[in-house]
Design a protein around this ligand. Structure first.
Ligand code: MG
Length: 220
């Protein structure tokens, strides 16, 4: 499957909320679950998506919108698995916006799609300010980044429905305090589901798959 690359400059801020609402309505018309995945660069968003594709390939028709400042490295990986992938190059912007998502959706066969993952630009700050129209927000934080991130980037943690702590396979080598992390998240966003995982070893991923399957079932 070939990857379409769209280079789109960021839109004027004010119109974003309205466009995000329209994206959500478009997804709803097609009974599509749209999930916005955010994290710092290198936390494992693409690895998580690849594991999820491998697991859910026969259960849900997936598509991925990849946001990066440049390149189509991530979209190429997804596309190799036979999953439709749209690469958005943001021409320097540190986040995706609703207009970019609309253009990507217009390039997907929505009638043949159940689940759209939006892999946002790796950044814990800017993407929190821009609604995309996604139904759920998944925030990925990796162990090497440290347990203090919820206190440093509270907005992003406040918005998340699910917080995945990735790379738990390297926990013995880092001073990541799970208790301190859970306490910070609990103070900001007690409703968020916190799941420790390793996208590399597969540890903990069952919980993620079952949350996702539950969310998919509720869409139908
Ligand atoms: Mg990636």
């Amino acid at each position: 499957m070939s990857v379409r690359i769209l280079t789109i400059k960021e839109d004027i801020l004010g119109a974003n909320e309205e466009k995000a609402k329209m994206n959500r309505e478009l997804a709803d018309q097609h009974h599509i679950l749209m999930i916005n995945i955010t994290s710092s660069p290198g936390a494992g968003k693409t690895s998580l998506i690849m594991q999820t594709i491998a697991r859910l390939k026969n259960k849900a028709r997936m598509a991925v919108i990849e946001g990066d400042i440049a390149s189509s490295i991530d979209a190429d990986k997804v596309s190799k698995e036979g999953i439709p992938a749209i690469q958005i190059n943001t021409a320097g912007a540190c986040h995706l916006d609703a207009n970019m998502i609309r253009k990507a959706l217009d390039n997907l066969d929505l009638g043949q799609t159940d689940l759209v993952f939006i892999e946002n630009v790796g950044n814990l700050i800017c993407p929190a300010e821009f609604a995309l129209g996604a139904h759920k927000h998944v925030l990925l934080l990796s162990v090497p980044e440290g347990d203090d991130k919820p206190r440093k980037y509270p907005l992003m943690f406040t918005q998340a429905d699910v917080i995945l702590i990735n790379k738990i396979d390297v926990l013995p080598y880092f001073d990541f305090d799970m208790g301190a992390f859970s306490e910070s998240v609990g103070g900001l966003n007690p409703a968020a589901k916190v799941l420790p995982i390793s996208a590399k070893t597969g540890e903990g991923l069952e919980q993620w798959f079952s949350w996702l399957e539950g969310a998919l079932d509720r869409r139908k």
